[in-house]
Design a protein around this ligand. Structure first.
Ligand SMILES: [Zn+2]
Length: 373
């Protein structure tokens, strides 16, 4: 197998072989689970390595992982303020417990370098103990999202907006876009590492997607972009904008079955189910394209019940031979004075009684008018 040492899909490799695996081998130990297995199983080659794509897949813990770390692809012209990585403090005690109550383990917090520490929050006007989500590209800290105990948020002032965990999608054909850092942690916890989050949630009116411009190079090689957003109105507005920017043909949708987001789904159904629901994402419905799944209900009904009668006038012997649909033109013919007009009047009354339809008459020969009223 070809060993790609410098770049993958245009992303320059920063740390080559970050887990110290056997270079060039296609099978080997798993950096995620091998060390946790029974001594006799620790040397088992449970993972396969794809050096061309820079990805590994473990068949024991059923997770994928990146073989390298990467430098940023593309550059941003603008100058931004950069937070300093030295401010990083790992999460402890109460905060760890809080994450555990949300189904997030210490391992995931370590993997994603989630920190904590005091920070001035404008919403409360004082320093609060905050959780700090570090927005990293390669070895550079680009931004920090602070969250206090009252669910107030702030981003690092003047820093560049990017997707949270954007590094994680390099090498993968697919990625999952969520609405918050907690969803990224939940997916990582469930063995879906290639998940990212928008930095500032969704809003109803205008979704300023400058973070997408700043990270657009990361989506060049993606054939499947799974939108795992909230199903409320702001979430739908963000979804529409992301679909417009990324192209409907590459977008997929997740159905969290009544749960608000990935984190709630994790807490309700567990890791395995969360991973499954992501795998079951269905393609975004293209305009004017109907797939079988879209009309499955109608087809089942037709197979079971056959053709349904259309609108009927309420005369059983007549209804058994005639019914109609809207947007139709009905001609009633017959010899003079055989009751055509009276019958049409009867139909009009029947449709009104059954469906509340209103009628406009154009009747040049039937006088007086009050007979139609
Ligand atoms: Zn493993």
């Amino acid at each position: 197998m070809q060993v790609e040492e410098y770049e993958i899909n245009g992303f320059a490799i920063d740390t080559f072989n970050q887990h110290g695996l056997e270079t060039g081998k296609t099978q080997g130990v798993c950096p995620l689970c091998s060390h946790t297995r029974k001594p006799k199983n620790q040397k088992l080659k449970c993972a396969s390595y794809d050096w061309e794509r820079g990805l590994g897949t473990c068949h024991n813990c059923n997770t994928t992982f990146q073989l390298h770390t990467y430098n940023r692809k593309g550059s941003n012209e603008k100058e931004y303020v950069r937070p300093e990585m030295t401010e990083f403090l790992p999460v402890v005690d109460k905060v760890t417990e809080w994450f555990e109550s949300r189904g997030i383990s210490q391992k995931t917090l370590d993997d994603l370098k989630v920190g904590q520490g005091p920070e001035y929050m404008p919403q409360t006007g004082k320093k609060e103990n905050t959780i700090q989500f570090n927005y990293v590209i390669g070895s550079q800290l680009i931004n920090v999202k602070y969250r206090d105990g009252r669910k107030n948020f702030k981003l690092y002032k003047g820093a560049e907006k990017i997707f949270y965990n954007i590094d994680s999608i390099v090498g993968y054909d697919s990625c999952i876009i969520t609405e918050g850092e907690m969803d990224v942690l939940a997916l990582h916890e469930a063995g879906v590492p290639n998940a990212i989050s928008v930095p500032n949630g969704a809003t109803l009116s205008h979704n300023n997607l400058d973070y997408l411009d700043n990270c657009i190079d990361y989506f060049d090689d993606k054939t499947k972009i799974i939108l795992a957003l909230d199903s409320d109105d702001p979430g739908l507005a963000l979804r529409a904008e992301l679909v417009r920017r990324l192209g409907a043909e590459t977008c997929y949708l997740v159905d969290f079955e009544g749960c608000k987001d990935a984190n709630e789904y994790l807490m309700t159904h567990g890791k395995e189910k969360l991973k499954q629901v992501i795998n079951k994402a269905r393609s975004y419905p293209l305009e004017n394209v109907t797939t079988f799944r879209d009309i499955e209900g109608e087809v089942k009904d037709f197979v079971k019940n056959g053709f349904k009668p259309g609108y009927q006038v309420g005369l059983s012997n007549f209804d058994s031979i005639f019914s109609t649909y809207t947007s139709q033109f009905i001609t009633v013919t017959g010899i003079p004075s055989s009751g055509k007009s009276d019958f049409v009047d009867q139909m009009v009354v029947g449709y009104n009684k059954n469906y509340g339809w209103k009628t406009g008459f154009a009747s040049p020969e039937n006088s007086p008018n009050y007979l139609h009223a």
